[in-house]
Design a binder for this molecule. Structure first.
Ligand code: ATP
Ligand code: MG
Length: 591
């Protein structure tokens, strides 16, 4: 990377003093024990996410502060204070107790981003009940598979989703004891075999003592995105709050006065860890929008809600870029002061677009369902190298390792050498199991005392300690003796003004092993043509050299993506080769 593309941090970029100012000093000073002390001692001596994130504030100075502002197209915004949210969560906890549901039992939520989802999630945690939020767009089969794998005892959903996706399949979920329904049109529901949540809530008491839980007790069950295969159920614990607190502070730079918007759905781990837990821990006001992506609406929310910190995903950023330069000209974002992104590699072009259009660079960060929280990030404390995912946060040790056939791993100390990204175990939000798949879990660890968690992603670290994403181990292309990471090729293609998105695969070839094939979708105002295809092939060759550049390029209107916004390269490949598509439970509609 040439130094001219470095985005330097200056005082003018930072409208408030950042939480993390001196990266090296903070890393030296940091300890998870100290974070534990910051969180404050719970009166019962235990550790519960709902107490730390909600109860503590509801009983203190933030009682009347807005915790969430819920937006949707049809109705006026609804604001819920910390005090009210806590009361509602207590009622929900009492509803569960009334139904005989206790600690450790599993509750699934299948709903859009409505207030009841947030109340049910926090109320379950108060009851020590394990929560698993699902994407409301899932079809009946993915719902049943997950409920069965997690042995769900309770399902909270809406009358409409129940009728469309659950009723007929109910018998196939024998563990379900209760289904609690929210009426989408308001009012009460009256569906055989279910209970009306509003009626139960009205009858429940406002006060409850949180069921004692310890740091090691299970809190949430999150399924991975299914980008590379069948989704895995990652088990998380209450102790994870320490990571959520620390990362909210360092990677999202949350300050008490922030208006924060995390665009992820709680059906994906980001929407829970950073859409619910971290902002509440920091006592900020969060925006929740029930609607799906819409460029005009999103610029409008950033402006009208006065969003100060925005956490979103590369797909969303690329969709904004795709929608053109005209729309954002109608809006102003004087309050916005920090933007972060996660989920997929963020191409350098997108980082720079942030600076041009929103006035701020975008801070990419990296983590997975398994890590429970942000591990590697671009923070306010250092310059951004566009295309890099940043540096490990305080409390996190990351390394590049070579993973051997026999399961062992050795550290690669030399900079700029590609290998598997590994994390030293010991951070509080690390997953504790893949549900019902102990062997797969065990295989994730290597080294003396199994001290390294192997992430399945390939990366390299440069001499300044920045990490660069290369690709998922499963997606890497082997061509004529070279290992090619799809991200590098995709980024180069996205530098061409016509390209909105790119997905790159290896296509089997008798001579070189695999050839690089790219699928691209175009920005508004560009049309598919043979001339453009040749131009893109030429552009890629110039940027990447003949060995790495794609040999074939095909146009697609949209690329197949998971509901969490990740390009499903395995589907591009299966379709190209006429193979079975495998698990498509998380595939976005129209993909
Ligand atoms: P599955 O494990 O089921 O195939 P998944 O890995 O996509 O799905 P998630 O846990 O939702 O499921 O996503 C984590 C993965 O997303 C990471 O392992 C990485 O491959 C990718 N990712 C997340 N953030 C970034 C980032 N900033 N840069 C590059 N890749 C990222
Ligand atoms: Mg994964």
């Amino acid at each position: 990377m040439d130094s001219s593309s470095l985005i330097r941090k200056t005082g003018a970029d930072l409208r408030v003093a950042p939480n993390l100012a001196d990266y090296a000093a903070e890393r030296r000073r940091f300890s998870w024990e100290a974070v534990g002390r910051e969180l404050g001692a719970q009166p019962d001596g235990g550790l519960n996410i709902a107490w730390q994130a909600l109860e503590r504030h509801a009983q203190g100075a933030l009682r009347d502060k807005i915790a969430f502002r819920f937006l949707n197209r049809e109705q006026a915004a609804r604001s819920v204070s910390y005090g009210e949210l806590s009361r509602l969560a207590s009622r929900f906890c009492n509803v569960l107790r009334g139904l005989g549901i206790g600690k450790g039992e599993r509750l699934f939520i299948l709903a859009g981003r409505i207030p009841e989802l947030y109340v049910a999630l926090l109320g379950s945690l108060k009851n020590g009940t394990v929560v698993s939020p699902l994407f409301s767009a899932f079809g009946p089969e993915p719902i049943a598979t997950r409920v069965n794998l997690g042995e769900g005892a309770v399902l909270v959903t809406t009358d409409m989703l129940y009728a469309r996706k659950v009723a007929k399949w109910r018998e196939q979920m024998p563990s379900l004891k209760h289904v609690l329904l929210v009426a989408e049109e308001g009012g009460a529901t009256n569906v055989p075999g279910t209970l009306d949540l509003a009626t139960l809530m009205a009858a429940a008491g406002d006060a409850c003592d949180i069921t004692p839980t310890a740091a090691a007790d299970m809190s949430l069950l999150h399924f991975t995105s299914g980008t590379t295969g069948t989704p895995k159920g990652a088990v998380h614990v209450h102790g994870a709050v320490a990571t959520h607190w620390a990362t909210g502070r360092y990677a999202l730079d949350l300050h008490a006065e922030d208006i924060y918007w995390c665009t992820a759905d709680p059906g994906w781990v980001t929407g829970t860890s950073y859409g619910i837990v971290a902002p509440l821990l920091h006592g900020v006001t969060s925006i929740v929008d029930r609607e799906e992506f819409d460029a005009e609406r999103w610029y409008g929310i950033l402006q009208d809600q006065g969003v100060t910190v925005w956490y979103t995903a590369p797909t969303a950023i690329r969709m904004l870029m795709k929608s053109g330069a005209e729309i954002p000209r109608k809006y102003r974002f004087p309050q916005l002061r920090f933007i972060a992104s996660v989920g997929e590699p963020l191409n350098p072009e997108a980082v720079r677009w942030g600076k041009e259009v929103l006035g701020l660079p975008i801070h990419d960060n990296w983590w997975q369902t398994e890590t429970g929280g942000i591990m590697i990030a671009n923070t306010p404390a250092f310059d951004i190298k566009p295309g890099s995912m940043g540096r490990p946060l305080p409390g996190i040790d990351a390394a590049i390792v070579r993973h051997h056939e026999d399961g062992s791993a050795s550290l690669i100390e030399t900079p700029d050498v590609e290998g598997e990204l590994a994390l030293r175990r010991g951070w509080p939000s690390m997953f504790q199991a893949y549900l019902n798949n102990e062997e797969r879990y065990r295989k994730c660890f290597a080294g003396p005392n199994n001290e390294w968690y192997l992430t399945g992603d390939l990366a390299r670290r440069d001499a300044d300690g920045y990490f660069w994403f290369v690709g998922r181990a499963d997606d890497v292309i082997k061509s004529a003796g070279h290992l090619i990471g799809p991200f590098e090729v995709e980024s180069a293609l996205m530098e061409h003004p016509a390209v909105a998105e790119a997905g790159v695969i290896g296509k089997p070839d008798p001579v070189v092993g695999e050839v690089v094939k790219a699928f691209v979708s175009l920005k508004q105002g560009f049309a598919q043509s043979e001339a453009l295809r040749l131009e893109l092939l030429g552009h890629a060759r110039k940027r990447l050299g003949a060995a790495v550049a794609p040999k074939e390029i095909a146009f697609l209107t949209t690329l197949p993506r998971t509901r969490s916004g990740k390009i499903m390269r395995r589907l591009l490949k299966a379709r190209e080769l006429g193979l079975s598509e495998g698990d498509t439970s998380t595939l976005e509609a129209g993909g």
